[in-house]
Design a protein around this ligand. Sequence first.
Ligand code: ZN
Ligand code: ZN
Length: 168
Amino acid sequence: MAAAKPWIDVPCEGCDHYIPCEVDPRRGAPEFVVCPNCALKRSLSPGELSGEGGLCGCQACGHNELYSGKDFPKLLGVGIVVIAAAFAPFTNYISLFVAAAIDCVLWFLLPETVICYVCETEHRGFGNDPRHPRYDLQIADRLKYGDKAVMGKPARPEGTADGPEPEH
Ligand SMILES: [Zn+2]
Ligand SMILES: [Zn+2]
C-alpha cells in the first residue's frame, strides 16, 4: 500500500468550510491556503515535523498542543448495530456479538486524526512519533480561559507531544 501524503483540513476564517491542503513531509505545509468556497486566503505558520513525519506543532498555526481522535463514521456504527438488532431474534442474538466485533475491528483500522486545540485544524496521515493524547478538557479550558480556568492544566514546554493521556 503506497503511503498517502499527509494532509490537513484548515477551518476557513470566512465561512464554515474546511480547506484541504497536502503537506510535504520534508518541506512542511505551504505558506498559505485559499478557501475553495469563499476564496479567502489564510496564511499558515506551520509547526515543526519530527524526523518520522510526526507533528511537533499544528501545521496551520504552529501551536504545540494537539489531540488525537478517531474518524469513526457514527452512522456506520449505528447502522451495524441496527441491522444486528433486526437479526437478533433469528440468530440467538449472536448477530449482536458479531456487530460489536465488527465495530471493534473498524475502530482499530481507522486512522487517527490529530486536531489542534487552538485553530481546530485536522491533520491526517502524519507519523505517530511524537504521539498526542486524547482530548483533554483541562488543556482546552486553560487555552480558553487562561489563568481564570477552573481546571486548567499547566502547559508542558513540548506541548502535548508524547504527553500523558488525560485521567478522565
Ligand atoms: Zn471560506
Ligand atoms: Zn492550530
